[in-house]
Write a new protein. Structure first.
Length: 90
């Protein structure tokens, strides 16, 4: 498993791309009997648009991808420095 929490905002786009590439390469080598999970809690990199069309916040999302065969999904949202996690239906 690869896990990180609130790292992306501190990395340049090129560094995020490099880390993603390394994880994707490891994911391509994963197999059903030896999977790789990528779990991360990171702020949304683009603001959420509220139903009224107004820009919202960059609230953190919990994302999960399991290689092979499990596409990336947002499995929960939360707030910064708060215990409230909103689990989403999968």
């Amino acid at each position: 498993m690869v896990f990180h929490s609130v790292v992306w905002p501190y990395l340049a786009e090129s560094e995020r791309a490099r880390v993603t590439g390394i994880i994707e390469k490891a994911g391509r080598a994963a197999a059903p009997d030896a999977p790789l999970a990528w779990l991360r809690l990171e702020p949304r990199m683009e603001p959420q648009i509220e139903p009224q069309g107004e820009p919202g916040g960059y609230e953190p999302e919990v994302r999960l991808r399991i290689y092979p065969g499990y596409d990336e999904r947002v499995i929960a949202t939360t707030a910064f420095h708060a215990p409230a996690v909103r689990w989403l239906a999968l």
